[in-house]
Design a protein around this ligand. Structure first.
Ligand SMILES: [Cu+2]
Length: 193
């Protein structure tokens, strides 16, 4: 009795094992044409356009008129310039900051502040501590040579810089005092002949 059952189950196992074999090779065959059809289409089209618009941007920003310039900043937390070159012949230099982004100044506000390089960290830190109600500028901060107000989406602000405040032998920078922006928003102010 036991032997008989064991035999039957052994046969059943063998049968089921055998019955799978013919099915296996059939399954892999018909998928090939579908795979080759879908592989080609979506790769080629997009990535050339942004490079072209960046080049146009760079050309526009290098054409500074004497004694004034425009600096743009957007939701990407960057100025469109890494340096501002001020001719020593300018008694006064006008900088206009434009916010090109869509975010409000409470979330992505920008200003443009000028100070000596060694004062930048302190001005930004004290500005952050002064808070949004003070546009992130410490009142009466004598390290600040000039600053715009804080602006948000589609706004602009202009500041006139008294160039007699620059002295030879110092390095100057422009930067944003909105908390967290200093690392991304910082450039050099150069006095040129
Ligand atoms: Cu900013």
């Amino acid at each position: 009795m036991k032997i008989y059952l064991a035999l039957i189950s052994a046969v059943a196992l063998t049968l089921s094992a055998c019955s799978q074999e013919p099915a296996a090779p059939a399954a892999s065959a018909p998928s090939e044409p579908a795979a080759s059809a879908s592989a080609e289409a979506p790769a080629a089209s997009a990535p050339t356009a942004p490079a072209a618009s960046e080049a146009a941007h760079a050309a526009a920003s290098s054409a500074d008129t004497a004694c004034q310039t425009v600096v743009e900043a957007g939701d990407d937390m960057k100025y469109n310039k890494t340096e501002i070159n001020i001719s020593k012949s300018c008694k006064e230099y006008t900088i206009t900051l434009k916010h090109m982004g869509t975010m409000p100044k409470t979330a992505m506000g920008h200003d443009l502040v000028i100070a000596k390089s060694e004062d930048v960290d302190g001005v930004a830190k004290d500005g952050a501590a002064a808070g949004a109600e003070n546009d992130f500028i410490k009142a009466g901060d004598e390290r600040i040579i000039a600053h715009t107000k804080l602006i948000g989406s589609s706004e602009e602000a202009t500041v006139k810089v008294d160039t007699s405040k620059f002295s030879a032998g110092n390095k100057y920078e422009f930067f944003c005092t909105f908390p967290g922006h200093l690392a991304m928003m910082r450039g050099s102010v150069n006095l040129i002949d």
